[in-house]
Design a protein. Sequence first.
Length: 203
Amino acid sequence: MTSDYWDGIYRTKDRTDVSWYESEPRHSQSLIRQYAVSSMSVVDVGGGASDLAVALLADGFDDVTVVDISPSAIEYFSGLPIKTVVADVREWLPGRHFDLWHDRAVGHFMTSPDDQSRYVGTLRRVLSPVGVAIIEGFAADGPESCSGLPVHRGFPTWVSEAIGDDFRMAAAGTYEHLTPWSSSQNFEWVVLVRQGADDTIRP
Ligand SMILES: C[S@@+](CC[C@H](N)C(=O)[O-])C[C@H]1O[C@@H](n2cnc3c(N)ncnc32)[C@H](O)[C@@H]1O
């Protein structure tokens, strides 16, 4: 799961010609409308060249950051009032907190205990003491791999169990994603609300 691997994908393929592409990020946007308000700062981790950040601007959010390991992916946002960061979510150390963490299909690449613990460490460090995390990934009956890499099916549920008692699961569910070539992929999602315990490690 290297930067070169992902950057190669975004350099050689149109952003609309990848399995995870959505012409409208309806599902994520709807969850964010339900569980966040536009005064909240948002980070879309592994956001790639998804239109979610653009949709959030249209919804009135004005502090939106996309973090991705691929520099080519986030070039998509150049010229827009969206902050971009090239970083690996497993070791990202921003000098600030975010009120809303959104992840669609990057956490599910965390297949080793080490990667999983680093992902959860970043989430805990980055999220505000009263923040909300929305995590989406392949469901237990979803595909075994994504973009040629193995995935941890059921990752969102796993995070909800592993993250700690200072988080409450506010909601969870599943949906079907259709790839641009109409293959069906079952996703699951969770909404985790932090209970205000300020044990974050200040960056
Ligand atoms: C399956 S795509 C999902 C993109 C976007 N979230 C969406 O739903 O359209 C996974 C994304 O995660 C990025 N990525 C993969 N590993 C990463 C890592 N360790 N840290 C940050 N980004 C990563 C990839 O470059 C890619 O943009």
